[in-house]
Ligand binder design. Sequence first.
Ligand SMILES: [Zn+2]
Length: 96
Amino acid sequence: MNIPESKRTKKEFIDDIANHVAGNYHLDTEDEKMWRCNECNTVVLSVTCYVSIHCVVRNNCSGWGEVKPIEIPYCPKCEGEPKKDEHGGYRACWHE
Ligand SMILES: [Zn+2]
């Protein structure tokens, strides 16, 4: 999957990931810590996305300075790695 859209709440961001996982992956029958792709049964990998927590009151992507690492899952065969941002990294933000 790609990095969920920024400038939304944490819940909306996490729900996007949860819905994608529920709709596209299933747990391995023997190793319940491992997800597999519904399409091709390949083991799902993930990248770390650094999410900045911004203040919704200012609404301009500033504030707090707190960053949370969030794992973004993807099937290496069907989906490929998530698209990187213009700086070549995985970043997003939540507005709270
Ligand atoms: Zn796949």
